[in-house]
Write a protein of this length. Sequence first.
Length: 85
Amino acid sequence: MKILGMGVPELLIILVVILLIFGPKNLPKLGSALGKTVKNLREGMGAGEKEAEEATEEVVEEVVEEEVEEAPKKTVKKVVKKKAE
């Protein structure tokens, strides 16, 4: 059985080295973080497909405009008287 061009003995050696580096207490945390990363990656790839499907759907919106009558404008005249010198 070969995974990524490596056999079982090579994979066991890699797993032992990882165990020595991170220790048995941190392996569950490492596995959990790796699982969350893979899950987020899959969701991110799936989001692109959903956006493409939404873009192909047609959205029809009806816009209703109402006419508003404006009140007549008032004009104000201002008289300025100049003082005579």
